[in-house]
Ligand binder design. Structure first.
Ligand SMILES: *Cc1c(COP(=O)(O)O)cnc(C)c1O
Length: 360
């Protein structure tokens, strides 16, 4: 068996320890005689798995009691519709468009009401986060929407927008649990699990209770109502049971690693190794405004497409895989989520230095 250094943006690397534990429990989960995959989601054994997962997530993020945690399906993209369907009481919402995912969410919201694009960084290929300290927030906006970490472009909000009292809704798919968050600053936080938490198929929504109501847009399907899932503690129907089990293991791993403060410190150190090299390199350069750089997704280019392709090819052969940039941006992107060890980034930088010496 040989594991590679996997820099995929998602589905992405998971802690090896978690995978080993899951492998050990695959055929017989703790004396139950079956895999978690084969188990009733109404069983006592499974109930403990999902309850523990929620409790550990609450502890990690310090989630206040007036927020519900929901384990849902449909990917982060399903939330692009579910959010307006449930929260657009006045049929007005403000969107800050900082990348493809925010843009898709904005376009989806346009199907349900008046979505206003109040700021955007599209003028410079989404390479920065706009100043959000005094935006023209609509008086009757039901919420203000952001994508907090832009997976494709590698930008991250270092300060949350001033929403002038409106609930903030944030897609945190690619920065979930990468650093501490003050949950009270948000109305709703959500993310797909497959970037930084677990397997694809799980979406986690953390939502303030007063935003969960029966007053949803007419025609909203039962399965797309937050209230149904909140009232049934994420067990209205069969949840993505195995995926939640793996997420739960990652939460335990994060607790063992020292929680989100420790993860932040680790992630900062790890990202710095790569950014410092990009800043001094004569061949490679980062594509994002320095103050907006993400700790999780690091896009970079040589400025020469052929050389980019050569780099990706040689890196793959050397065991550094999935470094090709998103199809809409080109170049390279190293996603260095929580589970990417420091050593992976150190070795990648060594490899880049060697490539630079050979190709400059
Ligand atoms: C990957 C990603 C999505 C889309 O996730 P799906 O689960 O494929 O729908 C949405 N937002 C962000 C920030 C992402 O990184």
């Amino acid at each position: 068996m040989s594991r590679v250094y996997n820099f995929s943006a998602g589905p992405a690397v998971l802690p090896e320890e978690v995978l080993r534990e899951a492998a050990e429990e695959m055929l017989d989960y703790r004396g139950s005689g079956m895999s978690v995959m084969e188990m009733s989601h109404r069983s006592k054994t499974y109930d403990k798995i999902i309850k523990d997962a929620e409790a550990d997530l609450r502890e990690l993020m310090n989630i206040p009691d007036n927020y519900k945690v929901l384990f849902l399906q449909g990917g982060a993209s399903q939330q692009f519709a579910m959010i307006p369907m449930n929260l657009m009481k006045n049929k007005v919402a403000d969107y800050i468009v900082t990348g493809q995912w925010a843009k898709k969410a904005y376009q989806e919201a346009c199907l349900y009401g008046k979505a206003n694009k109040i700021a955007s960084s599209e003028d410079k290929t989404f390479s920065y986060i706009p100043d959000c300290s005094d935006l023209p927030i609509s008086e009757d906006a039901d919420y203000v929407y952001i994508c907090e970490n832009n997976t494709i472009y590698g930008t991250k909000y270092k300060t949350l927008p001033n929403t002038k009292g409106k609930p903030l809704v944030a897609d945190v798919s690619s920065c979930f649990l990468s650093e501490p968050v003050d949950v009270t600053k948000y109305g709703l936080i959500y993310g797909g699990a497959q970037k930084n938490i677990g397997p694809a198929g799980v979406v986690i929504v953390i939502i303030r209770e007063d935003l969960i109501t029966e007053d949803v847009l007419p025609g909203t399907p039962t399965m797309l109502r937050y209230k149904i899932h909140a009232d049934n503690e994420s067990l209205y129907n069969t949840p993505p049971a195995y995926g939640i089990y793996i997420c739960g293991k990652v939460f335990k791993w994060l607790k063992k690693m020292g929680g989100l403060e420790a993860m932040k410190e680790y992630n900062e150190k790890k990202a710095k190794i790569l950014y410092d090299y990009l800043d001094e390199s004569k061949l490679f350069r980062g594509t994002v405004r320095k103050e907006d750089r993400s700790l999780m997704n690091v896009p970079f280019v040589t400025g020469n497409e052929e050389l980019d392709a050569k780099f990706v090819k040689e890196a793959t052969a050397a065991g550094f895989v999935n470094l090709k940039g998103h199809r809409t941006v080109g170049g390279m992107r190293a996603s260095i989520y929580n589970a990417m060890p420091m050593e992976g980034v150190e070795k990648l930088v060594e490899f880049m230095k060697k490539f630079e010496a050979e190709n400059l």
